[in-house]
Design a protein around this ligand. Sequence first.
Ligand code: CMP
Length: 140
Amino acid sequence: MAIERTLSIIKPDATRRNLTGKINALFEGAGLRIVAQKRIRMTSEVAGKFYDVHRERSFFSSLCDFMCSGPVVVQVLEGENAIAHNREVMGATNPANAAPGTVRREFAESIEANSVHGSDSPENAAREIGFFFSEMEIVG
Ligand code: CMP
């Protein structure tokens, strides 16, 4: 299996409840290595650009407001098959459908305030990692 990198975001509902360490422990316990990490506050312009693919969806404006409502932790996770593997560790978008033991089942508050984001394809991982990090900030 290939070693991949994926972009992860610990969202404002999770930073507000001081869950960064507990979520990172689930990532690390699952064999994902945190090779870059920083805590930032998104502006609505940044959130809109990041989620541009969802611009036409009914939840777009609420999602952007939520992502700016507090600090987020943006990260690069590295490991075997990291993109799909991280999506398994996160669980389904809607926590009501997420499997026991996943991040969203354990911690998410709602389909919007779902604690974490993870890239869904190699193309999006490359775009999303480049959106937040320079090569110098990623140390494997
Ligand atoms: P994320 O994986 O970051 O990708 C898009 C985000 O939109 C999603 O997680 C949720 O936080 C948010 N969202 C809000 N409503 C919905 C919805 N009905 N379907 C999918 N995503 C939603």
